[in-house]
Write a protein that binds this ligand. Structure first.
Ligand code: FE2
Length: 135
């Protein structure tokens, strides 16, 4: 149950951090039930699956690259990536099919962007995974 408690604590921190000084933005993070979103720190029922599901993020030259090192087969593949800002804006998204060779997407950041971002990756069998990072 420690991982659940840590996840809830992390969600609270995320929600509070996201809401600080920005009225009207996503406080919903504080109410996420366990098992809705998985992270490197909250593996829930998918413990052992993190290596292929936690989105790997690279930031370079004003671009964010999200890579999910996951097999892409007709029965099991990454469906979608999204890049979200702290105020809930979708800065980019890419939908994949099993025919794509890999689950990789690249997004241009707004000029001079600084702040927290969230990269998501959705597996058709292993649900929604999230990596928080700051640029
Ligand atoms: Fe998967």
């Amino acid at each position: 149950m420690n991982s659940r408690r840590d996840f809830l604590k992390g969600s609270l921190v995320l929600g509070v951090a996201a809401a600080a000084g920005r009225p009207g933005i996503a406080r919903a993070a504080t109410t996420f039930p366990p098992g809705l979103v998985y992270t490197k720190d909250y593996l829930g029922r998918w413990k052992g699956k993190e290596g292929a599901h936690v989105p790997k993020v690279t930031v370079e030259g004003g671009k964010v690259t999200i890579l999910t090192p996951h097999p892409m087969t007709p029965a099991h593949f990454i469906v979608k990536h999204t890049l979200l800002s702290a105020d809930g804006n979708v800065l980019g998204e890419k939908t994949f099919t099993a025919a794509d060779p890999k689950a990789e997407s690249v997004y241009n950041l707004p000029a001079d962007f600084k702040g927290a971002l969230w990269a998501t990756s959705f597996c058709n069998l292993h649900d929604l995974w999230l990596t928080e990072f700051t640029v």
